[in-house]
Write a protein that binds this ligand. Sequence first.
Ligand code: GLP
Length: 259
Amino acid sequence: MAEIIIVRDPAEAGAIAADEIVRLISANPRTVLGLATGSTPLPVYEALRPRVAGLDVSQVRGFALDEYVGLDPAHPESYRSVISREVVEPLGLDPTLVRVPDGSLDGIEHAGDDYERVITEAGGVDLQILGIGTDGHIGFNEPGSSFASLTRVKTLTEQTREDNARFFDSVDDVPRHCITQGLGTIMRARHLVLLAFGEGKAEAVAGAVEGAVSASLPGSAIQLHPHATVLVDEAAASRLAHADYYRYAYANKPAWQGL
Ligand code: GLP
């Protein structure tokens, strides 16, 4: 099962994830990071800022999980813009080494295969940061996504479009399609770090961590991963049946184990 760590607040989760990323980059300057968008991973990127000062990040590579289809890449809410603004610029990464799936309509039919190829050529993702949608999606793998799926175009659910409408002028401006790493792609990453904060995520977290492994709740795929870490605040952990055990296990975690 995943290691569940119940934290005080998002800042503590960000610090734990950022410490592990710094450890990886210090050991291997060519570390490959899997980058997530949405509001949840922001504390990780914030915690990384002071930590990467003085660290050589010039060879760090990154792959975003997903992108909207048909949205101008220059739009402030395209995931290309978000990754550039929240990750590449503040951390001083080489923008040519950080990729986002190509959501432009021209060539969209082979954009998924192209993305899989560049991830493979980079040697695969070392640490994949994940958020989770209220319907249990990871990346943009909506309920029903195959556990074997690779990067491809998906149709967003109405709930996801409504959840993400806050980033646009209105829900009508949220694209209907996206291109997302598949659950199979995500499962190939060597370490998954899923974060979730707030009561609104409690049900999705409980389903992903303790519910049935099912394509109906794509986040439950993490139960099949050999190295998954889940960082949640008290509110997001509020529906976990075994929260006391997770606290006990973390309090008694052997020092040699690492994250
Ligand atoms: C979006 C992203 C996901 C993200 C999810 C949750 O749809 N594609 O990668 O995990 O929403 O977003 P937030 O972290 O803002 O709650």
